[in-house]
Design a protein around this ligand. Structure first.
Ligand code: SF4
Length: 448
């Protein structure tokens, strides 16, 4: 069970030395209980307390990484049932299934669909994250041929190896050894043979049982065989079961700290009808699936699922933001106009998009206002004359442009005087109120 703030406090040194950044040990304990800080911030905690608190502080859903390198994806590590309580941590991994019974041309098309699936949406790169190779034929040779194709054509893509055959697993897992693969298909019947194969390949293990009780017993068995990185499949395939089982598993892990079910969940949602499959994948994303395995990856479907996943896994308490810096739109030179806006993602993408539409190369100064939009940031005192002046001075833009003119959003025309007062030698021009007025504004400006 998770410890309360007072229980944690009893295990701390109680010297109120402030080295952890909190004014008292009690304040630190309260933050630890809310999982808003980490134990390593206190340098004086005893080894015994570390052991007890470390166990209690471990996330109720075990964190597991699929793949290695830049394309590796994390699963699990979740701490809440509802995203408004804190946030969901690791976005659902979308995996495309390729069967060894499919034509070679279809297999290649699917590999390509994964490799070309990446899109940039509000500054985040989103893609189909993994390939699940399935031994549908039951033949070792066919499975090996498919595995070799995937290993060769998509070496960086995380792989799920799906088979219940120890012979097939043994033959194929060597190709993905040390690459953070997931060996799925471990059951009560084959665990003794399959788990050592996964262990040797440094892979995690995907277990399947027909109900939650059997699933709990199976994860304990796999753990006793020496593998703790486990992904669980309750056998649910229909929408009501997926919803029910995923919820029960997450609830047991979070509310009861029930370790045998404290693992990421994998859902298999393959259907002939792509629309139905998309709905099931969406259900998995909304309700606790760490991996969703699909049979196709059309662009329209990806877009719908990427958008849903991005929304569900965005921290509801933190506005989406972009980095504070001077962005180049087109190829601006020393005479190009300089505009300023705030770092709320949506604001940045709308403003930069409209500047791009104008075809006028420009400098866009994006100021850190904690992800607030222009008017909100101004009202909150984060987008003020003095702060803007400081940002412009420290940004280094003065060495890149000859002129000294700053275009500000029309909604904060009121800031013109304050900025000019703080930014000596600069002229502030009030731009349009709405971003869609920027193309004609900028074209007129360069024509003048
Ligand atoms: S660093 Fe440790 S001992 Fe010092 S105040 Fe924080 S919790 Fe207490």
């Amino acid at each position: 069970m998770a410890l309360t703030g007072v229980e944690i406090f009893k295990l701390l040194p109680k010297t109120n030395c402030k080295k952890c950044g909190f004014p008292t040990c009690l304040a630190f304990a309260m933050k630890l209980a809310q999982r808003q800080t980490s134990l390593d911030k206190c340098p004086d905690v005893s080894e015994e307390a570390k052991r007890i608190l470390g166990e209690a502080a471990a996330p109720p859903v075990r964190p597991i990484t699929l793949g290695t390198g830049d394309k590796a994806v994390k699963m699990g590590e979740e701490t809440v049932l509802f995203r408004h309580e804190k946030k969901f941590v690791n976005p659902t991994v979308l995996a495309l299934e390729i069967k060894d019974t499919e034509d070679e041309a279809v297999q290649m098309e699917k590999v390509q669909a994964v490799l070309t699936s990446e899109i940039n949406r509000v500054g985040q790169l989103l893609r189909v994250d993994a390939i699940c190779i399935t031994n549908a034929s039951g033949e070792v040779e066919r499975f090996e041929t498919l595995a070799k194709t995937v290993a060769e054509k998509a070496p960086e893509v995380p792989v799920i190896v799906s088979t219940e055959s120890p012979d097939a697993a043994k033959t194929v897992m060597g190709l993905f050894s040390g690459k953070g693969a997931l060996l799925y298909g471990v059951t009560e019947a084959n665990a003794e043979q399959m788990v050592p194969i996964a262990k040797e390949a440094k892979a995690s293990v995907g277990v399947r049982a027909d109900d939650l009780e059997a699933l709990s017993a199976l994860t304990e068995k796999v753990k006793s065989l020496g593998v703790e990185d486990i992904v669980v499949d309750s056998g649910a395939r229909k929408a009501p079961e997926i919803l029910e089982h995923n919820t029960l598993i997450r609830r047991a892990a979070i509310k009861k700290n029930f370790k045998p079910l404290g693992y990421p969940v994998i859902n298999f949602v393959q259907r002939e009808d792509p629309l139905y499959e998309t709905l099931l994948a969406g259900l998995g994303i909304c309700k606790y699936a760490s991996v969703v395995v699909m049979s196709s990856a059309e662009k329209w479907k990806n877009l719908a699922l990427f958008t849903l996943r991005q929304n569900i896994y965005t921290d509801p308490q933190v506005p989406m933001q972009v980095e504070q810096k001077i962005y180049k739109i087109g190829e601006p030179d020393e005479n190009s106009p300089l505009l300023i806006t705030t770092n709320f993602s949506l604001t940045y993408f709308i403003v930069s998009g409209e500047v791009e539409n104008s075809k006028v190369p420009a400098w866009l100064a994006v100021m850190d206002c904690e992800g607030l939009s222009v008017l909100t940031a101004w009202a909150a005192g984060k987008f003020t004359g003095a702060k803007i002046a400081n940002f412009i001075k420290e940004s280094g833009i003065e060495s890149q442009i000859k002129h000294r003119e700053l275009i500000i959003p029309g909604y904060v025309a009121i800031l013109k005087g304050a900025i000019e007062e703080k930014l000596e030698g600069w002229t502030v021009t009030v731009g349009p109120r709405e971003a869609n007025g920027l193309p004609s504004f900028l074209r007129q400006k360069v024509a003048a």
